[in-house]
Ligand binder design. Structure first.
Ligand code: HEC
Length: 116
C-alpha cells in the first residue's frame, strides 16, 4: 500500500515534467535552435517552425501556416521519406548553407519524435 502511493507520487511528478530527451534528441534540439549566419530572413529552423515544435509555425516569407513538426502534435510527420528528404534538402540549404549531414538529420528526427 505504502509503496503504491509512493509510486503514484513518482508518476505524478514524472508526468508534470517533460520526459528527458535522449542524447541524440538533445543534439537535435540544439540544432533546431542554432543560429546560422547564412540567411538574414531565416537564421534558424525556428524562423518558420517557431521555438516550439509542438506549435504550428509560420513561413518567414510567405506567412503561410506550417503544421507542427513534432510527431506528438502531428502524426503525419516523418512518415514519408521522400517528403522528409525534400524538405531537409531545401531548408538545410537555405538556413545552414549546405546539405545537413546524416547525423544532423537523424538527431533532428529523434528530437521531433521524442518532444512532447
Ligand atoms: C523558410 C521557412 C522554413 C525554414 C527556415 C525551415 N523550414 Fe522546415 N519546412 C518548411 C515548410 C514550408 C515545410 C513543408 C510544409 C509542411 O510540411 O508543413 C517544412 C517541412 C520540413 C520538414 C518535413 C517534415 C515532415 O516529415 O513532414 C523537415 C524535416 C524540415 N522542415 C526541417 C527543417 C530544418 C532542419 C530546418 C532548419 C535547418 C527548417 N526545416 C527550416 C519551412 C521552413
Amino acid at each position: 500500500m505504502r509503496s503504491l502511493s509512493i509510486l503514484g507520487l513518482l508518476l505524478i511528478s514524472l508526468n508534470s515534467h517533460a520526459a528527458p530527451l535522449s542524447p541524440p534528441a538533445q543534439r537535435g534540439e540544439a540544432f533546431f535552435h542554432q543560429r546560422f549566419a547564412v540567411n538574414d530572413k531565416m537564421p534558424a529552423c525556428t524562423a518558420c517552425h517557431t521555438d516550439n515544435p509542438l506549435k504550428p509555425g509560420q513561413h518567414a516569407i510567405t506567412g503561410k501556416t506550417i503544421q507542427p513538426l513534432a510527431v506528438s502534435a502531428n502524426g503525419e510527420r516523418f512518415s514519408d521519406p521522400a517528403k522528409v528528404e525534400k524538405w531537409f534538402g531545401r531548408n538545410c540549404k537555405e538556413v545552414v548553407g549546405r546539405a545537413c549531414t546524416a547525423d544532423e538529420k537523424a538527431d533532428f528526427v529523434a528530437y521531433m519524435r521524442e518532444v512532447r
